[in-house]
Design a protein around this ligand. Structure first.
Ligand SMILES: Cc1ncc(COP(=O)(O)O)c(C=O)c1O
Length: 435
């Protein structure tokens, strides 16, 4: 917290990523600054050891400091990282992606997920000659996306953090970015009808932690085709967690374009925009260009990570491990007499607390984060898996959850949850985070 106070003096908002703000966790109890990490764990600057159930906010899929990826990167550093001319790795990675991801007939690169989404939107607008975008879910910080809140400040509430003011986003973009609710085909159809002939793309996460309703995504693809609108899957967070063919392979629906980042390179900055040839080819006529997008570190890290994901059959292992974790968390809750359930797809499990009251849920989630942190488990009431997590992490987490759930059950029964809180409530709303 001492370092964080220094940061607040010099860094607006204190961090570069909202999800790294200490107020997102049990502020003052949860770790805030990491010193090092290895495998499934990290150590904070006070030398406390934690199992990392956030996996580098999803960027880590093989585990921290994966020896194979890191060795490949180190060897590449010895050969140079950024050149005046191109490097063949750029093409090798494109070939690997084209073999791996169903929609990837051509690819471009970037460094961050939000940046890659912005590129995909540019390509879609350029390819269709239309301006409007229909979106569902979180897609980064760029103007095209935050423009949604120019029309109504609550537009992004169900998709991102509540309370975002579109400060600094040109008012001229009002009406260009329109949200639709996930799972509601009629709502999407109505939005497409009322903006007929003006929509360039529908961008959405195909799934997060729950399976999509049966037939929903193929119907989305169909209505997009009917309206000549491009369908973009944002696979930044799902990455290769659901299979080597990405979430699109898992759900069996091939979009026109897709965006990957985060776990595609096990923590090294790298992002991919890929898609059908007739759409992607048009990017050659658009000005989309940056010095670092094809640096040899990101290319090597992505190429090696993809090969290791396939060689180690990581997606299947994550699904199996996640199911074990769900069982152990459920068992811990039963033993503690606490009505929580660990639900969702086993690759992306999360804890449902026994309440319908959002304020109570926040309190229980904060207490869960607080008590789990005290027992060496860092994370939200949800789990980002990685391949380095194993039996030791399972045992420690199950034991910590049993103790935590016992405390919560007692607190609930006695109506004394507040007395257990050693920190402010976890904050979701963006406005309240702004210092
Ligand atoms: C689905 C999705 N899209 C885009 C982003 C933005 O990625 P980045 O933080 O790398 O810009 C994220 C980040 O969490 C994400 O989950």
């Amino acid at each position: 917290m001492e370092i964080h106070h220094r940061a607040l003096e010099l860094i607006p908002g204190g961090t570069q990523l909202v999800s790294r703000r200490p107020t997102r966790y049990a502020c003052g109890v949860s770790p805030v600054y990491a010193a090092r990490a290895s495998g499934a764990r990290f150590w904070d600057v006070d030398s406390n050891e934690y199992i990392d159930w956030v996996s580098g906010i999803g960027a880590i899929i093989l585990g921290y400091c994966d020896p194979v990826v890191d060795q490949a990167v180190c060897e590449q550093i010895g050969r140079g990282v950024n050149f005046s001319i191109n490097h063949e790795l750029e093409v090798e990675l494109a070939e690997e992606l084209a073999r791996t991801i169903p929609c990837a007939e051509m690819v471009r690169y970037a460094k961050c997920g939000g940046e890659a989404c912005a590129i995909a939107i540019r390509i879609a607008r350029g390819a269709t000659g239309r301006d409007k975008v229909l979106f569902c879910g979180y897609h980064g910080w760029h103007d095209w996306y935050l423009a949604a809140n120019l029309d109504a400040q609550a537009n992004l509430n169900a998709h991102l953090f509540p309370g975002i003011e579109p400060i600094g986003v040109p008012r001229a973009l009002a009406g260009t970015s329109i949200p639709f609710p996930y799972g509601d085909l009629d709502a999407l159809g109505e939005a497409l009808d009322s903006h007929r002939g003006q929509v360039a793309a529908v961008i959405m996460e195909p799934l997060r932690s729950e399976a999509p309703p049966a037939g929903y995504l193929s119907a989305v693809a169909r209505v997009c085709r009917e309206h000549s609108v491009l369908l973009i899957f944002d696979e930044v967070s799902s990455g290769m967690r659901f299979g080597m063919a990405g979430a699109q392979g898992f759900v069996g629906v091939t979009p026109d374009l897709a965006v990957f980042a985060k776990s595609i390179s096990n923590g090294y900055p790298m992002a991919v925009v890929c898609g059908k040839r007739d759409v992607m080819q048009q990017a050659a006529t658009m000005f989309i260009s940056s010095t670092y997008w094809s640096d040899a570190i990101g290319l090597t890290a992505a190429l090696t990570t993809l090969r290791e994901l396939r060689r180690r059959d990581v997606a299947a292992n994550l699904a199996r491990f996640g199911a074990l974790l769900q069982n152990r968390i459920d068992q811990a809750a039963r033993e503690a007499g606490f009505g929580a359930r660990c639900t969702g797809l086993s690759t992306a499990p999360h804890i449902d607390f026994p309440t319908d009251d959002p304020a109570m849920r926040t309190k229980l989630a904060t207490l869960y984060i607080q008590e789990m942190a005290k027992r060496g488990c860092h994370g939200y009431a949800s789990f980002y898996l990685n391949a380095a997590q194993g039996a030791a992490e399972l045992e420690q987490t199950a034991a910590a959850a049993r103790e935590t759930f016992s405390l919560l059950a007692q607190g609930l029964e006695k109506g004394a949850l507040d007395a257990l809180l050693e920190c402010d409530l976890q904050q979701d709303a963006f406005r309240r985070l702004v210092r």
